[in-house]
Design a protein around this ligand. Structure first.
Ligand code: EPZ
Length: 430
């Protein structure tokens, strides 16, 4: 198991290029189950999660090949395979999205229930509600979702849940509806750029989806979808993480291959912290203040402030001038980073689904533990600015969603060593 040793207090400089979006590439790879013909995807990041979904799709009878540094080819080979096993699905929640395409294309699916994770229970009731509305017969047996459907039929579906729209719920139902008979209307659909990218990919394959980027999607089912050559959008969460890396180290770095429009809420909040941005084409230069202003923040579905950038900005606000209130409206328990930041001298108190962050002058390096993808990124950011050395254990969490993060940060002037952790720290005693 690897860990990072981060030598804090170093200024960064130069440019860093953002990779392709993990959360667009994942559902788009799954959508290839719907296609007759070859799919070539470009700008696909080389990440653990991408390798995992590739493994699951191979088990489901697809040829999945990385034919270049960021190019992946996919093709259906054996459509009799309809089971996604627990040992693979439990490693990657996004695999629940195979349900819709398997039902629509092959008429059957047996997919293990995805587990929860440290950020929350992660239910899939909205996925099942949408697929049942399209006519699927679904039972949960022995931890597996057993689903059948002759031909799905279009209908009107309200897909909002207690926390608003569902990203992968919208993906699952939209993919299934693409091959259903007739028209499907999804109300309270997710508008995230990654879902927009999935819809554009499906239309490139011959689907007929309208309302992309708006909360009401209209999908007219077609009989078949053909192969396509498609480029995945840049990863807005990785971009935001690097912009915070510049701000937290008070460095004027430039992040390239960014779509600023996908980060409007984030950039607006960072401006409230006192950060300025110089935009040039698809690059953004960070112009940071000496110390951020404290701000209040609420995470919301897109176009609101993204929950996937909550832990990272919390690390930044740990040294703000004043007290910030951060409220999680998507995953109320998504504060695993709070205790670890506390070990580094941050003064943060969790109150229900909020965190009260009292800004301190500086953080000090300490051994900390990664727990989930974005909390781990927050600890790396804190380590960049903390006095002394920070050790971040279990960096496999980071490798799930950030392509070579230590190489990219070291190229900017950071000093991060990846070392093998002979005796990994066990989970805290219960
Ligand atoms: C996607 O997860 C992302 N993952 C998550 O990113 C991201 O945090 C999340 O959307 C919210 O933006 C991928 O795209 C692979 P949701 P998803 O369904 O689709 C509740 C990362 O760090 N809900 O939009 O699983 C749910 O509990 C990951 O890259 C239901 O109640 O999230 C949550 O509170 C972490 N019933 C809220 O909705 C359901 O059937 C939003 O969840 C589904 C969800």
């Amino acid at each position: 198991m690897d860990k990072f040793i981060i030598h804090g207090g170093r200024k960064l400089k130069g440019k860093v290029k953002v990779s392709g979006a993990k959360n667009a590439a994942l559902p788009i790879m799954v959508a290839s189950l719907l296609v007759d013909g070859k799919v070539t995807l470009r700008n696909v990041p080389d990440l653990r999660d991408i390798a995992s979904i590739g493994e699951i799709l191979r088990v489901l009878g697809m040829r999945v090949e990385r034919t270049g540094a960021t190019t992946v080819e996919l093709e259906n080979v054996d459509e009799k395979r309809v089971e996604a096993p627990y040992e693979l699905v439990s490693t990657l929640r996004a695999s629940v999205c195979t349900l819709g395409p398997l039902l629509a294309k092959r008429g059957r699916a047996r997919v293990s229930m995805p587990g929860g994770c440290v950020i929350g229970v992660r239910p899939i009731d909205l996925h099942l509600k949408g697929l049942r509305a399209l006519g699927a017969r679904i039972e949960i047996k022995h931890g597996y979702i057993e689903a059948r459907a002759r031909r799905l039929k279009g209908t009107e579906i309200y897909l909002g849940g207690p926390y608003g729209s569902s990203v992968l719920g919208t993906a699952n139902v939209m993919m299934a509806a693409s091959l259903a008979e007739g028209e499907t209307v999804i109300e309270n659909a997710a508008c995230e750029p990654e879902i927009q990218d999935l819809a554009h990919f499906l239309n490139r394959c011959g689907a007929r989806i309208e309302g992309i980027g708006r909360p009401i999607l209209v999908i007219r089912g077609v009989r078949k979808l053909h192969g396509a050559d498609y480029r995945v959008i840049p990863d807005r969460i990785e971009a935001g993480t690097f912009l915070i890396a510049g701000a937290i180290t008070r460095s004027r770095i430039t992040v390239t291959n960014v779509r600023a429009r996908h980060l409007a809420a984030f950039l607006d909040k960072m401006r409230s912290c006192g950060v300025e941005f110089a935009r040039k084409g698809n690059s953004i230069e960070v112009i940071p203040p000496r110390r951020p202003n404290a701000v209040d923040l609420i995470t919301l579905p897109y176009p609101g402030y993204p929950t996937d950038l909550q832990a990272q900005i919390t690390a930044y606000l740990a040294c703000a001038k004043g007290i910030s209130l951060i409220t999680e409206k998507i995953y109320p328990d998504r504060f695993m980073h709070v205790a670890e930041l506390g070990r580094m001298g941050a003064n943060i108190r969790k109150e229900g689904s909020s965190a009260i962050v009292r800004g301190v002058e500086r953080l000090s390096g300490a051994p900390v533990m990664a727990s989930d993808l974005r909390a781990s990124a927050a600890l790396v950011l804190a380590g960049l600015v903390a006095q002394g050395t920070t050790e971040v254990g279990r960096v496999y969490h980071i490798d799930r969603g950030y392509e070579k993060i230590e190489e990219k940060l070291n190229a900017l002037g950071a000093k991060i060593e990846r070392v093998w952790e002979k005796y990994p720290v066990r989970d805290a005693p219960q």
